[in-house]
Structures are given as structure tokens and as C-alpha cells.
Design a binder for this molecule. Sequence first.
Ligand code: AHR
Length: 495
Amino acid sequence: MSGAQIRLWPELPKARIHPNIYGHFAEHLGRCIYEGLWAGPKSRIPNEQGIRLDVLAALKHLRIPVLRWPGGCFADDYHWRNGIGSNRPGTVNIWWQQGEPNEFGTDEFMRFCQVSGCAPYICCNVGSGTPQEAREWLEYCNFGGDTTLTQQRAANGNPAPYEVKYWGVGNENWGCGGRFRPQDYAKEYVRFAAYLKALDSRIELAACGTHFGDYKNPVLNAWNHDFCQEMVHADLIDHIALHRYFNRGKGTTFSDGEFQALFADVVTLEKDLELTEAVLTYFYPDKFVGIIVDEWGMWHPEATVDNGLEQDHTLRDALLAGAVLNCFNRWAHRVTMANIAQTINVLQCMAMTDGAKMFLTPTYHVFEMMRPHMGAELLTQAVECPSFEAHPIGLNNKHTVPLLSVSASRTGGKILLSVVNQSLTNDIETSIRLSEGKIETASGRILTAKDPREHNTFKNPKAVEPRRIKTEPVKGELTHVFPRHSLTVLSLNLE
Ligand code: AHR
């Protein structure tokens, strides 16, 4: 067993962890919306006006703060008028090779957000749409005055404005969102943003950015740099949005080496954040612009367009989610939202359904266990622990990566400490100390299994589930063993 130390400074809060870091993303893709969130009012799957009740209850329990919709790639070919009222044309979903009945549209999405208690985040169509179409969508959603569009909204059952705060101006516009060059997208962005902000200055806009290594220049984040250089109107931008997917070996049969290497890739995510922050502070020195990671998660090679991007859900995936959420927590000063892809049935989802059946994925439990970080004050921390050497994806050199991924936050007299032991083989005994004050009592839960390849299925839905653990401070300090390949969340009560 190896040893480690975690030191926390409860009196030195760094930033408030934005609850939206624990956000989600749902696209019209495979079975995410249809069968996932939406059964339809005539379905035999228990539902309330079309919304499936088991999924709704599961997501409500997570207290999901924000939901991004309708895409993804789908967003830049989505025409919102097809999805309101009684006349809804069936269209084709060009990116995911399926039909689109348009049964689930703006009013259904808003109702889903209302009943689940989350904020809507709409991604509008830049690739094949116009500023006018986006502006009219905003008018339909947010305008309080009497216009033909607001009358239509009322006729569709919703007289009060929806007050949608978050709007994305396109999705991956360097790729499926129109294959723009950054300078050309910047010009389009200004056209969209100028009219959206003129109609409703309270909204927050997210521009499409990208993670580094994805566009032209593998070292500098060229897209973000070139976009910001061209987009000189700081008043028109509130956030820049990046995506980061992870993939090391097959879903349930990855090698030991691939298990370890996956956690090094969180270093690359930190690099995305560092470089993007550098670009934002350089080009917008007088304005805070947040970073949104509005798509992230595991994307196994088995998840393809042919199977609607469905994959298995292992303990390893869940641990990666824990490490990524720890990273976002530590970046609370800049990361304003993150949306794991994609809520139900698709990629690293919270639950899988099959007709009326549903099971929760191991990743669901991570969101549930780490939920109290939402809105809490991030604490200053120092971690000394064993490390491993690996080559993070997209970087040129090997890095030394700590085996423990850690973040801590404080709400009143309670500290929440989340720790992922990223070692496949080593349990790590750790001494946990506060700079000031003492730990009076501690309680906790752990998510682990014999093997990180274990996964939840319809046959075995509880293969990976959290369980309670006991741990007791001695003289105000705690010595705790974090078992190999586990996520532990400890709640520490201060004296
Ligand atoms: O989440 C699946 C797809 O991945 C999204 O539609 C797209 O934005 C990204 O490339």
C-alpha cells in the first residue's frame, strides 16, 4: 500500500463551483430523445404527456441543473418551426441517418426542463439557418409582448415567456456545423449575436470554440485564437464552448495499459482549458468570458452511427467522469458549464432504456455522489501522492500524472471531498488534514468493483453501485485508505 497526503484550506475558498458544471446534453440522435426522454402520449411506457416517468424521476433525483438541446450536429440542420404546433412535417436527420418526426420540439423540451427543474440551453442553427430564424426562435421563447409568434406560443399552451437564458450560436461550426474557417464563423457569429442580444439583452451566448489539436495546429488552439482575434465585440460573447471526448481501447475489454492511459488524458483537457483561458484573457482583457465544455465523455469505438452511438457502461467510465468533474471543480474560476454527452441511451449516458425497462449507469452514481459540490465554494488544496507516467492524447511528451484525482468544496460547516484513485493495483492510504480547524466527524460513500471492466446491464443493473463506508477522524485528522480503481466521496463535518 502506498501513502499520500491531502491538505485542505477551509478558510481559503477559491471560487463558487457553478452548478451548471453538472449539466447534461440531449440530442436528436439514436434513442436519446425518442424512447429516452420522450415516450409519446400514446405509448404504453408510463408517461406524463409524453415524457417518460422513470427517466424523469432519475434525472430529478440528480437535480440536473441545465440541459443542452437539440444538438450536436443535429442543431445546425434543425428548423425549429417544424417542431411546434399541430402541423409537424417528418424530416430527415442527415447526421445520424434516421427519420425525424418532430414530435419533440421546443414546447416539449421546455416542459421537460420545467418538470425536471433544469435550465434550458438551446443551440441554434448557424450552418443551414439564418440570424432571422434564430432571432425568431428567441422571440417565440422569451418575448413578453404581443406578436404573432408570442400568440403562437400562447396558442400552443404557453402564454408566459420561457425565459431561456443560455443560447449556443451553432455547434462544431468548424465541422458538421458548416465547415467554416474561424474568421468566417466569427463574422457569422457577430450577425447572429447582434440580433439575439438586441432582442433580449439578458441572454448569455456561447460561441463555438474547439479543443486544441482538433483544428489545423496541434499545439496552439488555433481556432479559438483566430475566432477571438476576428470577433472584436466583447459585449457579444459570454462563453466559448469546447468539446472533449475520451477513448482508450474497447468499452469492456480495454487493456490494463489503456485503463491507466485514459486518466492521463484529463491532462489534455486541462491543456484545453489553459490555452482557451489564455486566448480569452488576451483578446477580452476587460470582460469575463466563461468556458463551457458542452459535450464531454467516453466515446467507445463500439458506439457508431449504425447503433445510435450506444455503448456499455463500466466502472472505468464512471471513474473517468469523477476525474473530469474534479478537474472542472478545480477550474471553477473559469468553467461556467459542462454537459456530459448524452443523457439517455447515447454515449456516456445516465440511464439505458429498453421499452419500459431502464437501468442506471455507473456514471449516474458519480453525478449523484458528487452532486453536493454544485454551488459550493471550491477549496484550496495540496495533494502529495504516488504518480504514473503516461503520454496524454495530443501532447508530445510523457507526463507525470498523480494517481489521486481530488477536489474539495465547502458548504457552511461541511466539506465535500471527492477522490478518484486512478491506480489499477494500488490502494492508497491518505492522511487528510485541515490547515485550520479540525474534522469532527466524517461519513462517506464509495463506487468501486472487483474489476474496472464491470458494467451495469439489464441482467445485472447493480453490478456497479455506491455503498456506504465508515471512517473516523482521530484528533481532528483523518487517515483513509482509497482503494484501487474507486471513487470515494467524503463528507467532513468541521468542529
Ligand atoms: O455527441 C455526438 C456528436 O459529437 C455531436 O452531435 C457532435 O457535436 C459531436 O461531434
